[in-house]
Ligand binder design. Sequence first.
Ligand code: FE
Ligand code: FE
Ligand code: ZN
Length: 293
Amino acid sequence: MNLIIGSHVSFNSKKQLLGSVEEALSYNANTFMIYTGGAQSTARSSINDEFTYEAFKVMLENNINPKNVIVHAPYIVNLANKSDERKYDFYIDFMTNELNRVKELGLDKIVLHPGSATTCSREEAILNIANGINKIYEKTSDVMILLEYMSGKGNEVGTSILELKNIIDNINDKDRIGVCLDTCHMNDSGIDISKFNEFLNEFDSMIGIDKIKCVHVNDSMNTIGSHKDRHANIGYGTIGFDNLINVIYNERLNGIPFILETPYINRNSNDAYPPYKMEIDSIKNKKFVDFIQ
Ligand code: FE
Ligand code: FE
Ligand code: ZN
């Protein structure tokens, strides 16, 4: 089993990708995920090639394969609605630039929340999302969008295998589209993670297991089907440590990156700190360690 495990890390103006790699290594991770700017904003600074060059040197020295490094698009991008054409076009332009930034960083995968159908039906939203991605692909190359499996909070689209399949079916360049699972989102959408193999069977027959390019590993603060999307630390939620270990070590997902997006410890106080080193350690040892007092 080739375990590829990491977490969300920061990408800041000081050291850009080099800082991200250093943070990932401090957690003993062999991959990581970044937003190339604010997760909730479309403001982006330019890429400094020297930091990128240095980052690749450090990745090479530490056996981090850039193919396993994931970028996440900001949450505010929403390709589901087309009632405001100017906004829809803005998101397409923003994502076109974002894919070019990913390529400039030497990376090739970006996770996208499909969108939220607030001013149209889910069926229309699915077509708007696919058409938007087709437009983004016309002006970019090499970078693949991974549609994230969503919890179904509000009007989120992409909250079932069928909805993801319907988006993918309408995308012209099938080689550049993949899926990013998220265990918290799956649980909250109504999937029982203790029956993960049954989910994979269904996914395989409808989309194909080879389309799963990344898994976000999060426990959930809420029960199955709650449509809430609140992440919990590994072993501290309703999914539980053993079920998450069975996802991470599932042979059918061997070699794909697993990314933690779990909350910081004491996150509402001044001494908040990341749980990732401890979580990665407990995942490697397959043994739950109670690190939160
Ligand atoms: Fe996400
Ligand atoms: Fe996620
Ligand atoms: Zn989430």
